[in-house]
Design a protein around this ligand. Structure first.
Ligand code: ZN
Length: 401
């Protein structure tokens, strides 16, 4: 098997606490990374780098783990640019536009959906995202949810069944019947293509009882739990997620002290060298607040309470049509008072935590060789130079893209 040396790295973000200069990013200067068979096999000072079959000289650039986007909705048809324009002209966001996308998605062919998924996956990869979670949720029939997940599974292993995105129009006056469909034939058809189950727990979507019922059914067939929680208003989503052992509760824009305490109560230190973390991660999606012109979540409150925070794009045609993790990092720093180091960690290692993965979001022997080379000397530039295409090169599974 041939080896590849990524050499002459000016600043390497390892996300291994205590490495190099310490801190959560585990920064190393003048470093090199050796890759073999899609895995990192060695990390150390460039001067000690072993011989390799091939070598990429990054000429003093910063290198970090590929971004882990743990929340995206890529399987859809149509766009909602007009709705965005209306919001920017003053109309509030209510989540109701999801049904517009449901209609377009049901009408689309497999190949049309596949083309959109692949286009967005490629767009994300070019911006440094090497792992992306993809949800269903715009089909909302047994057939359309199953085919959404089947198509999602063509581009990622991190697929999430979101049949409970909204109650579709044809079930508007009998939501209990829709929950029965989701827990029964829809889950049965979707589960073979899904790793996770998710519910949009919000007024106007699914209440606490419905959310609990659906998540519990998903767990019973082996799916991990994630929740869209507390996006538009305070509600039961975060605490329900914690109670059910969710890997992540996502949005967390409107939190009470009890919500923050519940998240903090899941904090553990497994003694694996990666430091303490909360088993339920708070995944913040600042692209949604940007695109709906809403107040941002209070990241500092969560971080100060010891809650593990991830950043993700929420890429979807309605409330956050961005696939850019660097944009989310910049928003998190400027608008959510995260430090650049916290934001970069949350967009890499934090996303990995939110997907319960220890082989990504980190650069150490045994990890997947997902590396991003920046057109910059430091990770700081991701927030310092917003909107600038700083991703010079991406290695995915050790293969230059
Ligand atoms: Zn979402």
């Amino acid at each position: 098997m041939s080896t590849l040396l990524v050499d002459n790295i000016g600043e390497l973000v390892t996300n291994v606490p205590g490495h190099g200069e310490g801190g959560p990013l585990g920064l190393r200067r003048r470093a090199a990374v050796l890759v073999e068979a899609g895995e990192v096999v060695w990390v150390g000072p460039a001067r000690d780098a072993p011989a390799a079959d091939r070598r990429i000289d990054v000429d003093g650039a910063a290198v970090l783990p590929g971004f882990v986007d743990s929340h995206a909705h890529l399987v859809f048809a149509g766009d909602r640019a007009a709705e965005f324009a209306a919001r920017m002209a003053g109309q509030p966001y209510t989540g109701g536009g999801i049904r517009t996308t449901v209609g377009a998605t049901r009408a689309a062919s497999d190949d049309e959906l596949r083309a959109t998924v692949r286009r967005l996956r490629g767009e994300a990869l070019r911006q440094g995202t090497t792992t992306i979670e993809v949800k269903s949720g715009y089909g909302l029939t047994v057939t359309d949810e199953a085919r959404s997940l089947r198509i999602a599974a063509e581009v990622t292993d991190e697929t999430t069944f979101l049949g409970a995105h909204v109650v579709p129009a044809e079930y508007a006056d009998r939501p209990d019947d829709y929950v029965g469909l989701v827990c029964g034939p829809m889950l049965a058809a979707a589960a073979p293509y899904a790793r996770w189950v998710d519910v949009f727990c919000e007024r106007g979507a699914f209440d606490a009882d419905h959310t609990r019922a659906i998540l519990t059914c998903g767990q019973a067939v082996g799916l991990g739990v994630r929740v869209h929680a507390n996006q538009l208003a305070p509600g039961p989503g975060v605490r329900l997620g914690v109670e059910l052992g969710a890997a992540s509760v996502d949005h967390c824009t409107h939190l009470t002290d009890a919500d923050v305490d519940a998240l903090a109560s899941t904090r553990v230190d497994p003694g694996d060298g990666d430091g303490p973390h909360t088993t339920t991660v708070a995944t913040l999606l600042p692209g949604a607040e940007f695109s709906t012109r809403s107040p941002y979540p209070d990241a500092r409150r969560l971080l100060d309470a010891g809650v593990t925070v991830a950043l993700a794009t929420d890429c979807n045609p309605g409330s956050s049509y961005t696939s850019s993790m660097p944009f989310c990092v910049a928003l998190a720093v400027r608008e959510m008072r995260m430090t650049p180091a916290e934001a970069v960690w949350a967009a890499t290692a934090g996303g990995a935590r939110a997907l319960r993965r220890d082989d990504i979001g980190v650069l150490r022997p045994g990890a997947r060789a997902d590396l991003v080379v920046l057109d910059a000397p430091s990770h700081l530039h991701l927030a310092y130079r917003p909107g600038v295409p700083l991703i010079r090169q991406v290695l995915h599974n050790g293969v230059p893209q």
